[in-house]
Design a protein around this ligand. Structure first.
Ligand SMILES: Cc1ncc(COP(=O)(O)O)c(C=O)c1O
Length: 391
């Protein structure tokens, strides 16, 4: 009776089904290996933790943080983007702290669109994009991400009469772990400018890159008409702290600040201080965290290939995206795999129709546990899933 049409339009999540399946596995006495959720299992940098501990003892941090209080974090974010991507930002107008990239995106859509506007969204994508679009009342046009194009969208295939208000991209990508180079962002930015479209780039995996590979920033293509969302959740393992920042087009950021002003008061000052310290740490700190995921990738990918699964070796992110031969109902498969083996993965369809036939592994366990997960999955026959209702 009380749910609004807006709330009702937010799609349900298949992760509730997975949760129930894990519970049934536990009840049956199985040890659960949960690879279904992409929350880093590493600790934040000690310097950031110590800063936060000290901040909790400083009464000056107890009050509501105002915009002027966010200046140190804005400066640290601007310095980070300059150091890493050569992007120069005006600290007062072109960078804004967020309570995580997810919060930032939901409010950005409210800030830069009106109900009925068109949003171009990749399929597959991070599922909260769909909820945020629904809350903003947007008409979603999906852009398929296909393996043969390296999971990059074919913007040239978008009909000329589609002039979306915004295009949302995310590289390194969740769930496919695909990457995009600076030339791709140049092309996407030019395409957006030709259609009067705001380019939104969600960039939480900027530092989770492997070997010599280094991620590009969409802001290398200019600030006008582009907003990039950064997060300390993955790159600094601070997911529970809820902190990130938006950078780019000053008009879009002013609108975002206006909407956020009606909703929140910026992150707790102690968390801002911790994030400020984290962003200023030498790049090697981030590299060390990324190497942990790389070692896990190097354990899991060969183990899955030995099962006959098709897996591209990820250059970044904390996921492995695997096509399972013969798989037609990834949700039913994931539920059955969790119940019968205790191994929980994310069904590809949870990320969109183009994800069907795939499953996503989050690299959140040590290499030997990932190998054990692959061994257990070898015993699950594919193609015999009792179909579950499609959400
Ligand atoms: C693509 C993408 N964007 C945003 C987020 C959430 O970021 P934050 O913790 O900063 O809200 C995630 C988390 O998994 C993600 O994969």
């Amino acid at each position: 009776m009380w749910a609004s049409k807006r709330a009702g339009a937010v799609p349900g999540s298949v992760f509730a089904l997975m949760d129930a399946a894990k519970e049934r596995a536990r009840a049956a006495g199985r040890s659960v290996i949960d690879l279904s959720i992409g929350s880093s299992d590493q600790s934040p940098p000690e310097a950031a933790l110590e800063t936060l501990r000290e901040a909790t003892r400083d009464p000056a941090t107890y009050r509501y943080p105002l915009f002027s209080d966010t200046r140190p974090l804005r400066e640290a974010a601007a310095k980070y983007l300059h150091r890493r991507f050569g992007v120069t930002l005006e600290v007062e107008t072109e960078v804004l702290p967020l309570i995580g990239a997810q919060e930032g995106l939901a409010h950005l859509l409210l800030a830069v669109t009106d109900p009925g506007d068109t949003l171009l969204l990749p399929d597959p994508c991070y599922p909260p994009y769909l909820g945020a679009s629904a809350i903003a009342g947007l008409r979603v046009v999906t852009l398929p991400l296909r393996p043969e194009r390296g999971f990059l969208p074919d913007l040239g295939a978008v009909p000329a009469d589609v002039r979306p208000r915004a295009l949302l991209l995310n590289y390194p990508n969740n769930p496919t772990s695909a990457v995009a180079d600076a030339a791709f962002f140049q092309e996407a930015a030019a395409w957006c400018r030709s259609r009067g479209t705001l380019l939104i780039h969600d960039h939480p995996y900027a530092e989770l890159t492997f070997g010599d590979y280094r991620a590009a920033s969409a802001l290398e293509a200019g600030l006008e008409g582009i907003v990039e969302l950064h997060s300390l959740s993955k790159t600094h393992h601070m997911g529970g702290f809820r902190v990130g920042f938006a950078a780019g087009d000053r008009e879009a950021l002013a609108a975002l600040a206006r909407v956020k002003g009606a909703v929140d008061f910026h992150p707790y000052l102690g968390i801002q201080r911790a994030a400020t310290v984290a962003l200023g740490l030498p790049d090697e700190v981030g590299r060390a965290g990324a190497q942990v995921f790389q070692q896990r990738r190097d354990a899991l990918v060969p183990a899955l290939r030995a099962l006959g699964w098709e897996v591209t070796l990820p250059q970044a992110s904390m996921y492995v995206w695997a096509r399972v031969p013969g798989l037609t109902d990834s949700v039913a498969y994931a539920v059955r795999a969790a119940e019968t083996t205790g191994v929980a993965v994310s069904p590809g369809r949870a990320f969109g129709g183009q994800g069907e036939g795939f499953v996503r592994f989050a690299l959140v366990q040590p290499p030997e546990v990932l190998e054990e997960a692959a061994r257990r999955l070898a015993g699950v026959t594919v193609g015999e899933e009792a179909p579950l209702p499609r959400s």
